[in-house]
Design a protein around this ligand. Structure first.
Ligand code: PLP
Length: 369
């Protein structure tokens, strides 16, 4: 990124300075393509995962076999808000696919919804950003393709943590975000499984950059960092995943020992190695986040906070979790730099915070602690 920041050239210029900037972008494109097993020409850089999702969710996506607009958008009930917003589909053309109690997309519900469409676009994430639950993408892809549909997969949370080869997944379109794999903030990519997939209605038109699919001078430094992060993620996937999984086991065993009543959401399902979403009844997420922050530990809530109002998590609601527990959902996530010492620090902080907050909550309810 620092190297790229020092380059003055515009990547669309033909002079030497411009070519140097172009070289960095194309190099990064190769590294991002390798992470998901496609040809570099199939990677379109965007400003974020959100923008890539917006670009993907258009009725005007054409394939070699189908040029007519997609008639329906099917999205799972547990998608990120950037997918839940529905892209450029009309509200009445969007239908939900339910999830089960373990936080997995319900494939029977998907098959049922597909039977009422003729050219659907389906969007299902590879792993959920709150629970970390890994979705049955290959099975969903088989159903979608049998119904003449296209499958978009939001792999923002899963990339670099589990394998994300597009051919193995059966995804037609796939979203990535640079900052989730250690690149700079403000980069994303929409990846096509093949070059015949064409966006007849790009989100941003203008100078023809990114093969006409995303106009605007490229964020050269951000893209260079995204490429470097993709290369590292690809090379280190197996070792990093094993390291993160060992930390998850330690963290969850410790958590269960300190708070036997705590519920770990999606615990029965396959999950990302770096995410735990849990709740302890009587302990409110907002209070716990502040108390943990004071102990020097940064955790987040499973709920989305907008305009100062904490909304209950739509993911937990889709899993059928009841409000007293959803209000307490805390998400802990970690990465390749996290150590066993960090997990111990988290557990020590949790022991202190949960003890104090559960005592306070019992006293408030008039129960002897
Ligand atoms: N999709 C998922 C699953 C996410 O978790 C996020 C961000 O947290 C996004 C999309 C949006 O990505 P970005 O922050 O790059 O816009």
């Amino acid at each position: 990124m620092q190297e790229a920041l020092a380059l003055p050239g515009n990547p669309s210029s033909v002079h030497a300075e411009g070519r140097a900037a172009r070289h960095l972008i194309e190099h990064a494109r190769e590294d991002v393509a390798r992470l998901v097993g496609v040809r570099p020409a199939n990677v379109t850089f965007t400003s974020s995962g959100t923008e890539a999702n917006m670009l993907a969710l258009s009725p005007a996506i054409e394939t070699a076999a189908e040029k007519r607009p997609r008639d329906k958008l099917l999205i799972s009930a547990i998608e990120h808000s950037s997918v839940r917003a529905g892209g450029r589909f009309a509200r009445e053309a969007i239908a939900d696919i339910a999830a089960d109690a373990d936080g997995r997309v319900d494939l029977t519900a998907l098959a049922d919804a597909l039977s009422r469409t003729s050219r659907p676009l389906v969007s299902i994430m590879l792993a959920n950003n709150e629970t970390g639950v890994v979705q049955p993408i290959a099975e969903a892809a088989a159903l979608v393709h049998a119904a003449n549909g296209l499958l978009h997969v939001d792999a923002v949370q899963a990339a670099g943590r589990i394998a994300g080869d597009m051919t193995a997944l059966g995804a037609d379109l796939l979203t990535l975000s640079g900052h989730k794999i250690g690149g700079g903030k403000g980069t994303g990519a929409l990846v096509r499984a093949n070059e015949a997939i064409h966006f007849a209605d790009p989100l941003i038109r203008g100078g023809g950059q990114e093969r006409g699919m995303r106009a605007g001078t490229e964020n050269v430094a951000g893209i260079a960092a995204f490429g470097a992060a993709a290369l590292a993620a690809h090379r280190q996937l197996a070792t990093e995943a094993a390291h993160m999984l060992a930390l998850r086991t330690e963290l969850e065993e410790g958590l269960r020992a300190i708070s036997p009543q705590a519920v770990i959401f999606g615990a029965a399902a396959e999950r990302l190695p770096n995410t735990t979403l849990f709740a302890l009844e009587g302990v409110k997420a907002e209070t716990a986040i502040i108390a943990m922050d004071l102990e020097g530990v940064a955790v987040s809530s499973g709920a989305a906070c907008s305009s100062g109002k904490v909304q209950p998590s739509h993911v937990l609601a889709a899993m059928g979790v009841s409000p007293p527990l959803t209000r307490g959902a805390l998400r802990v996530s970690w990465g390749w730099t996290t150590t066993k010492g960090d997990v111990e620090r988290f557990l020590n902080a949790w022991r202190k915070v949960s003890g104090a907050l559960s005592k306070g909550s019992k006293e408030q309810r008039g129960i002897a602690a």
